[in-house]
Design a protein around this ligand. Structure first.
Ligand code: GN1
Ligand code: MG
Length: 374
């Protein structure tokens, strides 16, 4: 964000069809990748908010593919909601605001890609939740999102970040970063790297199950962090799934897994006191209940059988990514201090261990929930 001049925001907002007179803007959200602002305009006497977002093109190196995917996905969902006579369609799916020239995004003089969305009012995203009913609603929303995209017509969506959840590639990237040690951090990370090596056998499990045909590729969200779903203020429903940059073909287990990682955790993702980190079983139970309520009719048995494992895998994978970024000198995730990625890694490692120690109870919850499927 350091290279962004706040004075540019009104000018950038003016590139989009946001009818009204500019009032103000402010940073918005807690994502680790893109830069997000809310822009307020006076629309014929009514203050109206929009989202304005800069796509991180160091990470999304082909932003036009991201935007094509998002256009297809949001249009498909909106069409289905309209056809089903759903209420509040414009709060249930993100709506892109085109540029004045009709293009779906704006490229600025420095080559940055910008896009705008309608602001979903009356709802908010939470970075950390403690309520089982919110967990259930969030999981239900992501299951429903997968369902709505299950009949997206061909062609296949683009891979906006190839091998995004290829856990073996993530592991190999960590080992390469450790080998290259570009900023001289490896010497202090022997214990962390040993921990990762000890967990290497996990990284191929879902990939092998997919390669053998056991787990099908579907259209998935791939970044189902709890703060990527808006919770309706009135109903408590997970009303709108957002952060659609990584919607692409994947395994549903990656989506469920990242919900487990970000929802069952007892602390923030970057808690410094790792003794506080644990997987909260009631939250896991709520996720299983919510997810199966909207997804059970299209999930296969092997997918349901891996639900308890999915959280461990994605937590491990995300930990590998944080440690890799720490070794590389913090070039990927936004950080606020030099040990930030290392602290995030340690939290993920602790959560993996907590999941391991509760494996049987998690398997039991899935088995019970399966029996309850109508
Ligand atoms: C990033 O942008 P945000 O915060 O929603 C990352 C996810 C990670 C997450 C870790 C494109 O998501 O994959 O799980 O940080 N997104 C990308 O908190 O890499
Ligand atoms: Mg996000």
């Amino acid at each position: 964000m350091s290279d962004l001049n706040p004075h540019d925001i009104p000018r950038l907002a003016a590139e989009f069809r946001m009818p009204g007179d500019y009032l103000s803007h402010a940073p918005c959200g807690h994502g680790h990748i893109n830069d997000t602002f809310e822009v307020r305009v006076n629309q014929a006497g009514t203050p109206v908010r929009y989202i304005l977002q800069r796509i991180n093109h160091a990470i999304f190196t082909r932003p036009h593919l991201v935007m094509e995917n998002i256009q297809r996905v949001t249009t498909h969902i909106a069409d289905k909601l309209h056809a089903a006579h759903a209420t509040d369609v414009y709060r249930r799916v993100l709506t892109l605001v085109p540029c004045r020239d009709g293009r779906p995004w704006h490229q600025d003089a420095s080559g940055n890609h910008w896009r705008a969305y309608l602001y979903v009012e009356g709802a908010e995203a939470h970075s950390h939740i403690n309520s089982t009913s919110l967990a259930e609603e969030a999981a239900k929303a992501f299951g429903h999102f997968q369902f709505l995209l299950s009949d997206l017509p061909l062609p296949r969506l683009a891979d906006t970040i190839p091998e995004f959840h290829h856990t073996r590639s993530r592991y190999d990237a960590l080992m390469r970063a450790a080998e290259a040690d570009p900023v001289g951090r490896r010497a202090s990370l022997a214990a962390e790297l040993d921990w990762c090596r000890a967990h290497e056998p996990l990284v191929d499990l879902l990939l092998n199950a997919q390669a053998s045909g056991l787990l099908p590729e579907r259209i998935t969200h791939n970044d189902t962090k709890i703060n990527n779903v808006m919770i309706d203020h009135q109903s408590g429903e997970g009303i709108c799934v957002m952060d659609l940059d990584t919607v692409m073909p994947g395994l549903v287990l990656y989506d469920f897994g990242d919900l487990v990682r970000t929802t069952t955790i007892s602390t923030a993702e970057d808690e410094q006191d790792t003794s506080l980190v644990e997987m909260r079983l009631p939250m896991f139970q709520a996720l299983v209940r919510g997810y199966l309520s909207s997804a059970h009719h299209f999930l296969s048995d092997p997918e349901i059988n891996h639900l308890a494992f999915a959280g461990k895998l994605i937590t491990l994978e995300t930990g590998l990514r944080f440690l890799t970024d720490h070794l590389n000198g913090d070039t990927y995730f936004k950080t606020r201090h030099p040990l930030h990625n290392l602290e995030r890694f340690r939290v993920q490692a602790k959560l993996v261990e907590s999941i391991e120690s509760q494996k049987n109870a998690m398997e039991d919850i899935v088995a019970q929930a399966r029996l309850a499927i109508p």
